[in-house]
Design a protein around this ligand. Structure first.
Ligand code: NDP
Ligand code: MG
Length: 392
């Protein structure tokens, strides 16, 4: 049995992970972290006898939780997750990072420094801090296992091809799919009247608020292309998103073999537990369970290109990354999160949200250096506030 900590345990991915861990004979859950939604934990606590520590960022909620459940050691405050990781610094433990957005980045960096293996749902860690992540991995024994469904699929496909003597040089393209998000059946001129309720109705996945809106704007797919490029070490230009409306094909790899272009694809249910379970297995599922097929088997499923004129934010996000890398994406993600928050509260229209992202993509310029991550976060937060104020 291995020890595991789940960060972001109360969220969409966090709770699905707890649902799987309830029945795991592989993992002992030692600790969890969350921001404030302590009520979500009630139906889980009973299952986890080894759970010892609970980190709750919100102080009032931490006090409430402690009085309800005095047997747990409770940590709180802005840096509760980091304090929690510090307690397990020298212990053998795997980290499942299902925190949302910027909150997940420092925990990833710390987990790598502490040589823990990481199941990484928090894609922002790679989008915002890939340079730091790569640097730290060079001196760490930690391995990152993707959790995102498209990246789990790519992981399966690439491992399968490498095991069949296809070399990295023979790989010509990595394709990740997108459902098209909640607005996929609208016309460009309809975007002016899009509501948050509409955007939050994802056609094929049930997910947290930020990623659901990011799927409607396609910022999510831009993040996922960057994530794939970092995880599997392929140039961004080799990664392409295609629309698959039913989200059953998750990824495809095109490769050259004996002068011919061939492809393999992965299809599986649009159920994140399938991806989480594969991730938690560290790739130890047998090949026949991997849902890898030649094109023949799913030839009726059509994949088609993204309409970049409709999904403009996809290009805003990718351009920011291409022009200025991590620090641009830090600012971009801060603005994106804030804009989503205002949009959901109906204080910003959908098109204003897009124009904020366009503006941010243009202004993000500074390069991220290795030793000033905290300063850059602080500067970006205050610049983000200024941009939002000036555009509201
Ligand atoms: P949710 O919003 O549902 O959950 C986020 C989790 O992070 C919650 O547990 C939340 O706590 C916690 N959290 C947020 N801020 C803090 C903080 N400052 N301190 C401590 N805990 C905090 O997000 P999702 O589960 O949808 O997504 C999580 C990550 O996984 C994202 O990076 C997303 O892009 C990625 N992902 C999600 C998928 C999905 O299907 N949902 C699919 C693939 C990737 P609280 O509940 O108390 O606020
Ligand atoms: Mg995904």
């Amino acid at each position: 049995m291995r020890n595991i900590i789940v960060l972001g345990a109360s969220g969409s991915i966090g709770t699905q992970t707890l649902d799987l861990l309830k029945y795991s004979d592989r993992y002992k859950l030692k600790a969890i972290s969350l921001n404030s939604h302590i009520e979500v934990l009630e139906k889980y606590l009973f299952y986890f006898d080894d759970l010892e520590y609970v980190a709750i960022t919100d102080k009032r909620k931490a006090i409430e939780f402690s009085s309800l459940h005095p047997s747990y050691k409770v940590l709180t405050g802005e840096d509760a997750t980091i304090k929690l990781l510090d307690i397990f610094k020298d212990q053998e433990v795997d980290i499942f990072n299902a925190l949302s957005s910027l909150a997940g980045v420092k925990p990833t960096l710390k987990s790598i420094k502490d040589n823990h293996d990481i199941f990484l749902a928090n894609k922002e860690s790679l989008v915002i801090a890939s340079t730091l992540v790569k640097e730290l991995l060079m001196n760490s024994s930690s391995t990152i296992y993707p959790v995102d469904s498209e990246h789990v699929a790519l992981n399966k496909l690439l491992n399968y091809l490498y095991a069949h003597n296809i070399t990295k040089k023979q790989i010509k393209k990595l394709i990740i799919t997108a459902s098209g998000g909640a607005l996929r059946d609208l016309k460009k001129e309809d975007l002016i009247k899009v509501t948050p309720e509409q955007c939050l109705r994802h056609p094929t996945w049930k997910m947290g608020e930020k990623i659901t809106i990011d799927s409607a704007t396609m910022v999510n797919k831009a993040y996922e292309c960057i994530e794939a490029s970092i995880l599997f070490d392929f140039p961004l230009e080799m990664i392409e998103p295609l629309i698959c409306r039913d989200s059953l094909i998750h990824a495809k790899v095109i490769y050259e073999d004996n002068g011919k272009l061939k492809e393999v694809l992965e299809y599986s249910p649009n159920d994140m537990k399938v991806a989480i379970a594969f991730s938690l297995s560290k790739g130890n599922l047998t090949v026949h369970k991997l849902n890898i097929e030649e094109k023949e088997k799913v030839k009726n499923t059509i994949l088609y290109p993204l309409d970049k004129d409709f999904y403009k934010a996809y290009t805003f996000a990718l351009d920011a990354y291409k022009n200025c890398g991590n620090s641009a994406m830090l600012l971009f993600d801060i603005i994106d999160r804030k804009a989503i928050d205002l949009f959901v509260k109906k204080k910003l229209s959908f098109l204003d949200m897009l124009s904020l992202l366009e503006y941010t993509s243009k202004v993000a310029r500074e390069k991220l250096t290795l030793n000033n991550f905290d300063d850059i976060v602080k500067d970006s937060l205050s610049l983000g506030e200024k941009i939002i104020r000036s555009k509201k």
